[in-house]
Design a protein around this ligand. Structure first.
Ligand code: PBG
Length: 328
């Protein structure tokens, strides 16, 4: 260390012991930051494994209740419910049926955990439509934005009546947050929060999720989900959702869009969530299954990196496991 005149700067001093590293850690990761997405399948007699997401299942109503209770015990930040209905149709009628699988599962989860765990629900039609799109189709086959909004409004009212604490509109229709806020308030559900999937990109990494919800989509979602090349547009979408009344905004996927996440975090003053999606989960699981990476270390590094990029809340299929790892 040849002298340059001044003192030798030694950043390694603060890395010398685990305790020193803990003292100066810039980013924290705790169970309360994590939301567990869960799938519930109508008519299932036993949990059904999802081939492309090893370790994740489509729950029965009963095992979903157990997963919710466990999430509460672990101190997670919430659970996000997705449903796999037995029947689908062009308008996704099951989504707005109070007896539909998603809505009864919301009520089940709320009955199980009460106020101990925020219960969130995906607010989108894609699991319920036979064509697999996130909205209803116009005569020319395009996704009809404003006709879809009417269904989202009804879906929000039904989910709130079932007891959801938070609704998560994920369909990327223009104006969806404003319409949902209005519908909730009009029905007296002023306390129900909106977690808006604001910057949601058309991504190849959703593949395993589409197996998880038995999606019937054949084309793609590029007329409503965002183009991977656009960062500014992601920030614009988040600002629009805040202006429409979103309580939290989300960037999705997480890992390929950490730059968007950071910019959104800097641009808004509401909490920001990021969704560590199915393909991100599957990549790590596949590599670990081959013995190519250290699975547990990769999980914690992944979640930490999403927090470091600016996420207050991280949706991840590893939520329960990460909580256990953090508690060791
Ligand atoms: C749409 C929705 C999607 C996901 C959550 N909600 C995907 C899609 O656009 O097909 C993806 C989540 C994941 O990949 O883990 N309702």
């Amino acid at each position: 260390m040849a002298g340059t005149g001044g003192p030798v700067i030694r950043p390694r001093r603060l890395r010398r012991t685990p305790a020193l590293r803990e003292l100066v850690a810039e980013t924290s990761l705790a169970p309360g930051h994590l939301v567990l997405p869960v799938f519930v399948r109508e008519g299932a007699g036993a949990p059904v494994p999802i081939r492309s997401m090893p370790g994740v299942v489509q729950h029965t109503r009963d095992t979903l209740r157990k997963a919710a209770a466990e999430a509460a015990e672990l101190g997670l930040g919430g659970i996000m419910l997705f449903a796999v209905p037995e029947h689908k149709d062009a308008r996704g009628s099951g989504a707005c049926d109070p007896e539909g699988i998603l809505n009864v599962a919301i009520a089940d989860a709320v009955a199980e955990v009460g106020a101990a765990l925020p219960v969130m629900a995906d607010l989108c039609l894609d699991e319920f439509t036979d064509h697999g799109h996130c909205g209803v189709l116009a005569d020319d086959g395009t996704v009809d934005n404003d006709a879809t909004l009417e269904l989202y409004a009804e879906m929000a009212r039904v989910q709130a009546a079932a007891g959801a604490d938070v609704v998560g509109p994920s369909g990327m229709m223009d104006g969806q947050v404003a319409v949902i806020r209005d519908a909730l308030d009009g029905a007296g559900h002023t306390e129900v929060a909106i977690l808006a999937y604001s910057a949601k990109y058309a991504s190849a990494f959703y593949g395993p999720f589409r197996e998880a919800v038995a999606s019937s989509l054949t084309g793609d979602r590029r007329t409503y989900q965002q183009d991977a090349r656009n960062r500014r547009e992601g920030v614009r979408e988040a600002l629009l959702d805040v202006a429409e009344g979103a309580d939290l905004v989300m960037v999705k996927p997480a890992l390929p869009y950490l730059d968007v996440l950071r910019e959104v975090r800097d641009a808004v003053d509401v909490p920001v969530a990021a969704y560590n999606i199915s393909g991100e989960y599957a990549m790590v699981e596949a590599a670990a299954a081959n013995g190519w990476i250290d699975r547990e270390a990769a999980i914690l590094e992944t979640l930490t990196s999403i927090r470091r990029a600016g996420a207050d809340v991280v949706l991840t299929y590893w939520a329960a496991e990460a909580a256990r790892l953090l508690g060791r």
